[in-house]
Structures are given as structure tokens and as C-alpha cells.
Write a protein that binds this ligand. Structure first.
Ligand SMILES: [Fe+2]
Length: 242
């Protein structure tokens, strides 16, 4: 590709070049994100000011802590009807933890994929799940496109970087957290996020916003070298979801 000159990265003052956020916790009272409607609206307005006009929100579905269902999330989503700031759109999906409840929901066809039949998936950040590759394979057979949330945060992958290549080869898309490009989650996570970007392995960037403090921190991201590198790579698929 001759069109992208990586030695002359543009600079960005906000996220408008990304346009759509596909990882956030904006539904009131269903997980550890927005607490009430007022909180949700504050976060949504803040994201709009940062350049995100389109939002796919992904509250946790996590059996042991946030055992949400399509019903519980849809009810929470309804509470925001007619209250969004002008020019914002908010569609609903979930961040699914790979556990038994998730498998049951998939088998019962009770999951909420977003465009491209995509499911945003996470698992333990401490230990690699058993049978991970088998689970990825089975979800593919069922027609789902897996997007792995914040691959840079799984500490056990840090020592085996090749594993990222392995799961990419299996068709998994990777979503970096914007705040991983700051030191919010620590230096090690920042370094892996940057390495994934340098290796052209990132498909999506998401805010993973939970609370208003994240809004302030997110303001630091667009000015970073790796944000520019990622946006200018032409590889980001966020806008494909609009
Ligand atoms: Fe999240």
C-alpha cells in the first residue's frame, strides 16, 4: 500500500477519526459501569464530545458477578429511550465472559451480536481458559465472528506473543482498549498494546468506559503516537460498524 506513509503520522485531537465506539458500559444499573440514567447520559455526552457519535454499548454478561440476559440488558437500554443527546446513536450488545452461562445463551440463541454477527468476548486476565481454541472454533461453526476484548490485558499472553498470531489466524478480531495507550493499566499492558499496533494486528479500538474518570483519561489518547499509527494504518474496522 503506497497510500499510507507511516513516517508521517497525522496528529489527532479527538476520536472523530474513529467515529464509533464498540466497547463501553453505558446501560444504567446492570454492571459495574453507569449507575443510573443520569450517569449514562453524562458518559454518552462525554463520548460525543470526544468524537464518538455512534456507540455500541457492551455491558458485562458474567455469570458469577453480572448474570445479565438479553431481557435484563434490553430493559436497561429502554430506560435511555428519548434521553440521548442529539446526534448520538446507542445500540446494545454485550461483553460476554467465556463461562457456562455464555455457552447456554449461545446454544439457546439468546445472545446479542453486533454487525457482522460479532460477539465481543473476554475471559480471565490471570489464567488462560481451558479449551480456548476449541471454544473459538465452535463459535465460528455457529456463525459468530469473535472479537477479543483488550487482548493486551491478558497477562499470560505477554510471555507468548505468538499466541496473538495464532488466534488471529483462527479468525479472531482484536480490540485494543484506548486507555492501554496511556499508563492507565500499567507499563507492561501499554507495551503489548503498542506492539500489537506495530504488528498491524488490531482490528478495533474501544474505550471500555465505565465511569466519568475514564472520560478525562481518554482525552490523553488521541495525541499518542500509537493512536495515530493505528488510525493511519487504514486497518481499523470501527467505521464498518456504522
Ligand atoms: Fe469492558
Amino acid at each position: 500500500m503506497f497510500f499510507f506513509n507511516r513516517s508521517r503520522n497525522s496528529s489527532h485531537s479527538d476520536f472523530s477519526a474513529v467515529g464509533l465506539d464498540m466497547h463501553s458500559h453505558l446501560i444504567p444499573g446492570v454492571d459495574d459501569g453507569a449507575k443510573d440514567v443520569e450517569d449514562s447520559i453524562q458518559l454518552i455526552s462525554g463520548l460525543k464530545s470526544l468524537g464518538f457519535e455512534h456507540l455500541i454499548t457492551t455491558p458485562h454478561t458474567l455469570q458469577d458477578i453480572h448474570p445479565n440476559t438479553m431481557d435484563s440488558l434490553s430493559k436497561g437500554h429502554t430506560l435511555l429511550d428519548g434521553k440521548l443527546p442529539e446526534g448520538s446513536s446507542l445500540s446494545l450488545s454485550s461483553e460476554y465472559y467465556l463461562d457456562d452461562q455464555f455457552k447456554d445463551q449461545v446454544n439457546a440463541d439468546k445472545v446479542m451480536p453486533f454487525k457482522g454477527n460479532r460477539l465481543l468476548v473476554e475471559f480471565s486476565q490471570i489464567s488462560k481458559p481451558h479449551h480456548l481454541e476449541e471454544e473459538i472454533f465452535n463459535l465460528g461453526i455457529k456463525g459468530y465472528q469473535i472479537v477479543l476484548a483488550h487482548p493486551e490485558r491478558y497477562l499470560f499472553f505477554h510471555r507468548q506473543f505468538d499466541y496473538y498470531t495464532r488466534i488471529k489466524e483462527m479468525g479472531v478480531e482484536l480490540q485494543v482498549n484506548a486507555l492501554s495507550l496511556t499508563q492507565h493499566y500499567g507499563k507492561g499492558i501499554k507495551a503489548i498494546a503498542e506492539k500489537l499496533i506495530e504488528n498491524d494486528m488490531i482490528d478495533f479500538i474501544g474505550t471500555d468506559i465505565h465511569h466519568v474518570k475514564h472520560l478525562e483519561l481518554l482525552k490523553q489518547v488521541p495525541a499518542t503516537k500509537h493512536f495515530a499509527r493505528l488510525v493511519d494504518s487504514g486497518l481499523l474496522k470501527n467505521r464498518d460498524l456504522i
